[in-house]
Design a protein around this ligand. Structure first.
Ligand SMILES: CCCCCCCCCCCC(=O)SCCNC(=O)CCNC(=O)[C@H](O)C(C)(C)COP(=O)(O)OP(=O)(O)OC[C@H]1O[C@@H](n2cnc3c(N)ncnc32)[C@H](O)[C@@H]1OP(=O)(O)O
Length: 160
């Protein structure tokens, strides 16, 4: 399970409007986010806002670079392309799977998909990112005060 940043919109436990996603690394170096969207994330009635879906996909790809950098390097988004295939419902558990597709120097590219409970893909994204070390994007005491492992069990398996 990856750590979370307390005030982050996607992962934070102390963001009242937050999505409170949890992140699990796979043996194949993919990253899976588990989360549920609610009324505060709505666009049309009963449907999640597309920007929220893009936000979670962005975070998963931006976090996937942590896997090969001892959790000390993150992605700063340069460009994000999103394709919306199906509406994303509220109040059901959703999954995003992301990965790094290529990396060269301080830049990398990654992709991800948002899966509905029936296993179908609702949203796809592809992004370009710049690697940033944790000390380049946080204040001095960040890892002592705001970067924590969330509560809860790590599932033995996650079925997409
Ligand atoms: C800790 C808890 C976390 C916990 C939470 C973890 C969250 C993870 C996910 C969060 C993701 C986000 O939302 S990140 C937030 C949204 N993104 C941002 O705010 C980024 C804003 N942009 C910037 O600050 C700046 O552009 C930087 C610092 C990223 C880069 O500036 P710079 O250092 O001056 O870079 P620059 O010379 O312009 O460009 C460097 C290289 O990038 C390329 N490049 C630049 N822009 C682009 C672009 N749009 N598309 C393609 N490529 C580009 C250039 O061609 C160049 O390639 P070459 O010549 O080197 O080949």
């Amino acid at each position: 399970m990856q750590p979370i940043s307390r005030e982050c919109l996607v992962c934070g436990t102390e963001n009242a409007l937050g999505i409170k996603a949890r992140f699990f690394e796979t043996t194949t170096k993919e990253l899976i986010a588990l989360f549920t969207l609610h009324h505060q994330h709505q666009s049309y009635p009963g449907i999640a806002h597309g920007g929220i879906s893009a936000t979670v996909l962005d975070e998963v790809i931006g976090r996937a670079i942590m896997i090969d950098h001892d959790h000390q390097t993150f992605g700063m988004t340069l460009d994000l392309q999103v394709r919306y295939r199906k509406p994303v419902p509220l109040d059901v558990e959703l999954k995003v799977v992301g990965r790094i597709d290529s990396a060269k120097g301080r830049l990398f590219e990654g992709s991800g998909e948002l899966y509905l409970p029936d296993g179908s893909v609702a949203v796809e994204a592809h992004g370009k990112y710049m690697k940033r070390r944790i000390d380049q994007i946080t204040v001095a005491d960040f890892t002592d005060t705001s970067w924590v492992l969330p509560e809860g069990e790590v599932p033995a398996t996650i079925v997409i």
